[in-house]
Design a protein around this ligand. Structure first.
Ligand code: ZN
Length: 220
């Protein structure tokens, strides 16, 4: 990994979130690393798995889980290759009715409100459809992996097959209600920065501002 540009984000716990860009669509990938157990989860393996394998080898960290924010091609096109490249049998964490079915018998189906363990940490699942029906956000303490729901100063498309603009607004509204210090980790590097907080996005992201105000009015 040291050969590839990346950013290390610490969290309140031992977990570190390593962020790097991959592929022609500015996808952001994440390694969720637990230095205590020397294990990691990979989020949305696509385009180029060399940095992932490099990190695992360089720091002797085992890939025990692979998380899928949603099944679009640009997020999962290397998932089966990564499964084959890993020593052992990583658990694939994805929504209960996925768009994409990995070639693995070790699948953990998740749904809204469920949680799962990684190392000694708990991750909460938010089902957040709109961009796609199988989109999930994954939350740990004040950190939120948000796939293609929310980007820095933008949001995912809601005009694709399987998209639903009404669900998109509802999902964005849901994120607007999270604590303002929540840090977002989006699925694409389309903004001026690679991460931001919900509080800042409520100042600068028209999509989040609109969903927040619109739903507030609707709720009276
Ligand atoms: Zn997508």
């Amino acid at each position: 990994m040291s050969r590839y540009p990346h950013t290390i984000h610490p969290t309140e716990t031992s977990i570190q979130i390593i962020q790097f860009q991959s592929g022609p669509m500015q996808n952001l990938q994440y390694l969720i690393v637990d230095p205590v157990s020397k294990t990691m989860a990979v989020v949305d393996p696509a385009w180029n798995i060399a940095p992932i394998i490099d990190f695992s080898t360089e720091f002797n960290v085992a890939i025990t889980q692979i998380w899928v924010t949603h099944g679009h091609f640009d997020h999962v096109n290397q998932l089966n290759n990564l499964i084959n490249a890993v020593n052992g049998t990583p658990t694939i964490v994805l929504f209960k009715t996925p768009l994409f079915t990995p070639a693995s018998p070790h699948i953990l189906s998740v749904d809204d409100g469920s949680s799962f363990e990684f190392g000694n940490t708990q991750w909460k699942v938010l089902h957040t459809p709109g961009h796609s029906p199988d989109s999930v956000c994954l939350q740990h303490a004040s950190h939120l992996i948000c796939g293609d729901l929310l980007f820095v100063d933008a949001c995912g498309r809601s005009d694709l097959p399987g998209s639903n603009p009404v669900e998109m607004k509802n999902s964005l509204y849901r994120l607007s209600q999270l604590p303002k210090d929540t840090v977002i980790y989006p699925g694409h590097d389309y903004g001026p920065t690679q991460t931001d907080t919900i509080g800042n996005q409520l100042e600068t992201n028209p999509n989040l501002i609109f969903s927040h105000r619109r739903s507030s009015v609707t709720l009276g």
